[in-house]
Design a protein around this ligand. Sequence first.
Ligand code: DX5
Ligand code: ZN
Length: 228
Amino acid sequence: MTFDRSVKIAPSILAADFANFGAEIEAVEAQGADWIHVDVMDGHFVPNLTFGPAMCKAIRPHIKTVMDVHLMIAPVDPYIDAFAEAGADVITAHVEAGPHIHRTVQAIRGAGAKAGVALNPATPASAVTHLLDMVDVICVMTVNPGFGGQKFIHSQIEKVRELRAMIGDRPIHIEIDGGVDPSTAPLVRAAGADVLVAGSAAFKGGSVSNPTPYGENIRAIRTAAENA
Ligand code: DX5
Ligand code: ZN
């Protein structure tokens, strides 16, 4: 993974066909996805359940780009090695998931993955002030985590702007997760984001047997962001 601030679209497989992840990933990558976003939920930190490290390991051979694992679980630390061994390139933990996010970030990097920290909508940018020299990705949740297809929370744009200023020249990606579509993408791009997660807006209208809509969706989000 080389660092740059170009627009990257990261389809979330939460919006894919759960019976067909391998083929869905290959389809969406062929249609222009830059990263593959994998939403891990535990029914405890968030009110929904998805999948764990065994599923991540199973889909890994189908991912040619970047496997971006978003952990919405608490506790996090006991599972970091399993997700790293499953082949995650980026492992993102929530700052709200426990009292020791600094230790969690150290453990993620220690396991050989890029380290991400995610901020829920009510969490201020200042939560990462003392982590800036040790993280690779800051994920701004623009919905409350747990479900796809929710409405973008506009108050988070100001947080993105603050984070962009705090980051300065450091090689840290700002990732946006929740409610990203061609109308919201330019708002967060203009505020400083570079990685745009898109679930429903990326997968809508398409399927493994009809993947062209995936490409149209990805291009629409990318073009809107690049023209911001
Ligand atoms: C929400 C997840 C998101 C979700 C985004 O808890 O972290 O990644 O899949 O879905 P959309 O793009 O539909 O809001
Ligand atoms: Zn996510």
